[in-house]
Design a protein around this ligand. Structure first.
Ligand code: PEP
Ligand code: MN
Length: 365
């Protein structure tokens, strides 16, 4: 085989594209069944669609079942989806995002991280340090946030830092420390994967993968996390529109992984008094556009410890399914984001106030 001179003596990596070229556009159709449709009729529709080589995703609402169908446009258009007994309507999804769109499921999705379910009436609180630093630090914080009411532990082992000279995270050791903190506290863990080369390793430890703001449009990473079946929290890029976020999530779902959470974490604006501008507009907009649960990270959103609680409460009032906040037992010693991390006592106080706001808007903690 001829070898490119550029590769000679160097990397043996194949230049074959991972993704086969796609010839046509994909089309998604929504089949809504009649309230009196039988299980047999629904099963028949789904198996026929799959026999045709199309993908079918079944979602059960209280009255009706929604079958989302996706496949190449030319193929889908020639199929008589409306003729099956039990079908009430067939409509195309006209938005550019298909699998993530609310109508594709017709109901909100739930995502399970360990034993914790997001997307229910209760607001799930995730907390922990920006970075995992050492065993004492992560275990102490894990125990204190669990006692306060957090249900998921966060902590970065691979850190996306603006400067290459800043602390980059403990890597594998950080993951091992997180696993120990999970054992000690009983909390499932969420941690960032920055690079496809680390994905297998991170998957060995994480209960939920985090794709950070800076990687929101790293499409090869999105496809790879889409091939796993672990839950993925996709953070909004700091210069990304809500639509960009939805399109990025579509990459993950298009690989078959529907266990996705979207996270609003602040965007860049002309404002300089705060680190970012937490775009709470995104919460009700996303809740109406997508079935995926929505997380808000007020910590990176505002970037100043003193103001984090107010934005966390506002996010709950706006309808977030989950809140992620950074907590550190000695923020003055933190290797990253100490200035925006809550002290454990401030976190205890915040959880009580989140509970009060959640109850006021018909939710719980
Ligand atoms: C983080 O969660 O610590 C982080 C780096 O977040 P973001 O990607 O939103 O900046
Ligand atoms: Mn951080």
């Amino acid at each position: 085989m001829d070898q490119s001179p550029l590769l000679a003596g160097g990397s043996q990596k194949s230049c074959e594209p991972v993704i086969p070229p796609q010839t046509g556009e994909a089309l998604a159709m929504i089949i809504i069944t009649r309230p009196d449709a039988t299980e047999e009729q629904i099963g028949h529709i789904v198996s026929r669609i799959r026999d045709w080589g199309l993908k079918a995703e079944v979602s059960r609402g209280e009255m009706r079942v929604v079958i989302g169908v996706i496949g190449p446009e030319d193929k889908i258009r020639e199929k008589p989806l409306g003729v099956f007994p039990g079908v009430e309507s067939v409509t195309p999804v006209l938005k550019p995002y298909k699998l993530v769109s609310y109508e594709f499921r017709g109901t909100s999705s739930k995502v399970k991280i360990g034993d914790v379910v997001l997307g229910n009436k209760d607001v799930v609180i995730m907390a922990g340090p920006c970075s995992v630093e050492n065993e004492g630090q992560i275990t102490t914080i894990a125990n204190s946030i669990r006692k306060a009411g957090a249900r998921i532990l966060r902590g970065g082992a691979f850190k996306p830092r603006t400067s290459p000279y800043s602390f980059q995270g403990l890597g594998k050791v950080g993951l091992q420390l997180l696993a120990e903190a999970r054992k000690e506290s009983g909390l499932p863990i969420i941690t960032e994967v920055m690079d496809t080369k680390d994905l297998d390793l991170v998957c060995e430890y994480a209960d939920c993968l985090q794709v950070g703001a800076r990687n929101m449009q790293n499409f090869s990473l999105l496809r790879e996390v889409g091939r796993t079946r672990l839950p993925v929290m996709l953070k909004r890029g700091m210069a990304a529109s809500i639509k960009d976020l939805l399109m990025s999530a579509e990459y993950i779902l298009s690989e078959g992984n529907f266990n996705v959470l979207l996270c609003e974490r602040g965007i860049r604006t002309f404002e300089t008094m705060t680190r970012n501008t937490l775009d709470l507009n995104a919460v009700p907009v996303l809740k109406s556009e997508t079935h995926l649960p929505i997380v808000v990270d007020p910590t990176h959103g505002i970037g100043i410890r003193q103001f984090v609680p107010a934005m966390a409460l506002a996010a709950v009032a706006a309808g977030a399914d989950s809140i992620m906040v950074e907590v550190h037992n000695a923020p003055e010693l933190a290797k990253s984001d100490g200035e925006q991390s809550l002290l454990p006592a401030e976190f205890v106080d915040l959880v009580g106030r989140i509970r009060a706001v959640a109850e006021a808007v018909g939710r719980a903690v």
